[in-house]
Design a protein around this ligand. Structure first.
Ligand SMILES: [Fe+2]
Length: 288
């Protein structure tokens, strides 16, 4: 097994010489180490079926059964991330971190490309450790010790789905709005100590973070907007171009991601398995 960092070395690494369907002794330890170091790892030319996908995810942790995405008809562990040729919106088209609205946010996901458009449909990843390290001093001081509010209701709740594009929403891609409506918002530290790498990581994202706890709304919005603008800087990003057999394993606590929506008229089907995580610890503001 060899590990190649991405072309610009910003976030992510490609792992070569491994068969995810038949892991050799020691492979898992190497994959875990690279995952902790790079935030997202990519594999090419994997011929794994659904059962092997599930087995690999299970080797990494407990599987989260998704509440909002359509499930694979035969494997409820697999959430379908699909865009049909006639659909305009895609899933995950803005920067976000999956499951940050959970009290114990998911560790990450294993995404397998099943059907790809002839071109387009790439995924961008952003390193939240690199973004934290590059924060201007005043912003770093400003967020020390703060917590942020995360919510799913504005994305998966009944009000959000009522406004969704008529052609897109009813196709069974996303559902279970009552479950989202019933979810309480949660707070997490704005800066966490990453449970695997020990690095300081920014844990706010434009998809699900709706406020900074305890701040007046205008101040909260301004601070989040400033943090998001900082993290949107391409110097923290990498783009992954999917091919048949591509697999990505990303860490939701260390990265943001965004799915390109540039292949209208073509179908794209990805299979996602999400792995349960843990409560997140705040970085000590005194040593920030
Ligand atoms: Fe996502």
């Amino acid at each position: 097994m060899t590990i190649e960092t991405r072309p610009h070395g910003k976030v992510g690494a490609e792992i070569l010489g491994v068969d995810l369907g038949h892991l050799a002794p020691g492979d898992l330890a190497h994959i875990r180490a690279a995952f902790a170091e790079y935030g997202v790892v990519f594999f090419r030319d994997q011929a794994i079926d659904e059962a092997q996908h599930i087995a690999f995810a299970r080797a990494l942790g407990r599987i989260n059964i998704n509440r909002f995405f359509a499930a694979h008809p035969h494997h409820r562990e697999i959430a379908l991330v699909v865009k049909e040729p006639d659909q305009r919106t895609n899933i995950g088209g803005g920067w976000h971190t999956d499951h940050s609205y959970d009290r114990e946010p998911a560790l990450g996901s294993v995404l397998v490309a099943r059907e790809l458009p002839p071109q387009g449909g790439a995924t961008d990843f952003a390193s939240m450790a690199a973004a934290y390290d590059a924060l201007p001093d005043d912003l770093r001081e400003c967020i020390a010790g703060l917590r942020a509010v995360h919510s799913a209701r504005h994305v998966f709740g009944s009000k959000a789905l009522a406004y969704a594009d008529e052609r897109d929403a009813p196709k069974g891609r996303i559902g279970n709005a009552p479950a989202a409506d019933g979810l309480s918002d949660v707070t997490h530290p704005v800066v966490i100590i990453h449970p695997l790498s020990g690095r300081r990581v920014l844990f706010v994202n434009p998809g699900f973070t709706i406020a900074i706890a305890g701040l007046p709304e205008a101040q909260s919005r301004a601070l989040l907007d400033r943090l998001f603008a900082h993290c949107r800087d391409p110097r923290f990003h990498e783009t992954f171009h999917w091919q048949p057999g591509s697999v990505a394993l990303w860490d939701n606590r260390a990265t943001w991601h965004l799915a390109h929506n540039d292949y209208h008229g073509h179908r794209r089907e990805m299979h996602r398995i999400t792995i349960e995580g843990q409560a997140l610890e705040a970085a000590d503001p005194l040593t920030a």
